[in-house]
Design a protein around this ligand. Structure first.
Ligand code: FE2
Length: 217
């Protein structure tokens, strides 16, 4: 998965693996996000850094964050693709509207825009944020929101990032691979409402994966 390799390379460049402290947009509390070795590099560890309260709604960006406001929502299902998956936690983080995880200097291990959500019995979730820009250090990759999942005895692993329909960086090869996911495609179509907020739907199906590995496309 290309984004994992980006993180790996940057980890080596930055010789990074430390904890990073940021203000959580949802609780306005200072949160320390730890990172862990994946065996081939480092990744932010959502399960190591849980805030006190997590609901089915996550706010990755505070109001006033520059950019196009967006609400992403959907249902998270178990592997069968039919049964809502209750009790799973997602850790999400993204770049800002300028393509930076951190300012004034880029640091992929210190994102400003991040959050957690946990599903209830209906598996529903909602994310309030802004549309990310492509990474300033990887401008050829599609704009994305990282997604890591854990909970219910499941070790933390990666699922495909949120992508956005119309992003010219999504290749024909990507589209062929993702078409196998049918209704569980990570490519979200955004529609702007009269309130100026864009909205998009992504339903997810959680499948087994080794810790710190991606679920297969
Ligand atoms: Fe990224």
């Amino acid at each position: 998965m290309r984004f994992q390799s980006t993180l790996t390379i940057l980890a080596l460049l930055l010789q990074c693996g430390p904890a990073a402290s940021s203000v959580d947009a949802q609780t306005t509390k200072q949160i320390t996000i730890e990172s862990r070795s994946t065996g081939t590099g480092y990744a932010l560890c959502g399960s190591c850094s849980l805030p006190d309260t997590i609901t089915a709604t996550a706010w990755l960006a505070s109001s006033g964050e520059p950019g196009e406001p967006v609400i992403l929502s959907g249902t998270i299902y178990q592997e069968d693709g039919v049964t809502p998956d209750s009790g799973v936690t997602l850790f999400l983080y993204q770049t800002d509207a300028g393509g930076y995880y951190h300012r004034p200097e880029e640091n992929v291990f210190h994102p400003r825009l991040y959050g957690w959500l946990a599903t209830g019995r209906d598996g529903r979730y909602e994310i309030h944020t802004i549309v990310p820009a492509p990474e300033i250090l990887a401008p050829g990759e599609p704009a994305h929101i990282h997604v890591q999942v854990f909970g219910g005895g499941m070790k933390e692993h990666f699922i495909h990032e949120f992508w956005f329909q119309g992003d010219k960086r999504i290749t024909a090869k990507d589209r062929i691979a993702l078409s196998k996911l049918g209704g569980f495609s990570p490519v979200v179509t955004l529609t702007k409402g009269k309130d100026g907020i864009s909205r998009g739907t992504r339903n997810m199906r959680i499948r087994p994966a080794a810790p710190w590995k991606y679920e297969p496309d």
